[in-house]
Design a protein around this ligand. Sequence first.
Ligand code: RFL
Ligand code: PHB
Length: 405
Amino acid sequence: MAEHAFETQVGIIGAGPAGLVLGELLADAGIDNVVLESKDRHYVESRVRAGVLEQSTVELLDQHGLSRNVHAHGMVHDGIYMQFNGERHHIDMRRLTGGRNITVYGQQELVRDLIAHRMETGKALLFEAEAVSISGLDGDADPVIHYRHSGREETLSCRIVAGCDGFHGIARQSIPTESLRTFEREFPYAWLGILAQVAPSSDELVYSFHDRGFALLSMRSPTVSRLYLQVPPEESIEEWPDERIWDELDLRLASPGWKLERGPVIEKSITPMRSFVAEPLRHGRLFLAGDSGHIVPPTGAKGLNLAIADVKVLSDALAAWFAGGDERGLEAYSETCLKRIWNAQNFSTSMTALMHLDPAADAFGLRVQRALQRFTIENLNAKSALANNYVGPPFDTPLTGTGAP
Ligand code: RFL
Ligand code: PHB
């Protein structure tokens, strides 16, 4: 028997980018919401993850007064470098997209900003509140989130549940398997990522294909670099002392006349790569948003941006529904989001195949990959498709096209 029963209009499970941004958008539309987060505040604010914000993501944060630090500390980039076996090519995204750009700003910093804002504005956010189940999803009554907080079993009754609890959360698992179709792909490699206390050695991101595997140079600030290496999926981080990581980055990022600066490694971890989509993203009054409904490999830098695109669509639909019972937005939610999601899957899959060394590739496959790399750099349409996919479509654009780089 629950000791406490709370109520709200929208119960949001998860205080990642999806849940926190949704909470703000709903509050701005006058919709009451509560965010439940299973981890503690320090853990959530310390998790090192994505780093690239699409222009539309930044614009949405602007519209809701959430971007002060993004503009103060984020780094606006007009292009990226693509490197193939030592030859570095510049992709001028600004020119190829009619003036659009990206902002490099850590997800960790964004989450910290959003939590601080939520606290300052007195909206409900419970840490160490783990949702364990959702009941009432199949009837006409309001659904109830059952969660554990401070050793007690609690309930949150809501008109709508937003499942923003990431890939391993309970929201998607609460949907009967016969009501959900899932699509999945695992890749035969993982990313080893480090944060290092050293000024970035490049003004823009460097995506590098090398015979030894993929490497990426990214950054977090003028004094902190973020770097990644393709490694086998079963690799253990113990196999990679800092010196070995720098030596490997040196080899894979090497380019004539350019030097990679080294510095103290302050964080390192290995992340498996996976693609995943659940369809539909709705079951009755439960809506999935962000990683709970879909995962992309990080090569296209789309995961965080897709999460924010989902909650923009969801908050608009909920505003219309709460205002006057207009169901149309909610009915279209899954289909609207899935268009952007599958475009991003296409782009992320293509970028991943273009840039990684496939351990199973034969000599023929490697020649074909090299031809595709050359085509991407030499053909203006291919380069332009890559740039437009990378910066991402504006939120109000109908999504068409193939999404291929
Ligand atoms: P999150 O961030 O996983 O947040 C989900 C939250 O839900 C909580 N939770 C629960 N809370 C209550 N009850 C439960 N039962 C719960 N179960 C889980 C979790 O503790 C967590 O706080 O999902 P969200 O909000 O959908 O955000 C998605 C993004 O985090 C993710 O897509 C990106 O990080 C992916 N990604 C990248 N995306 C980009 O757009 N650009 C990038 O450059 C980029 N780089 C990356 C990435 C992801 C990476 N990793 C580690 C997977 C680089 C890496 C290495
Ligand atoms: C990052 O800075 O963490 C980052 C940048 C680009 C990616 C993935 C991750 O494609």
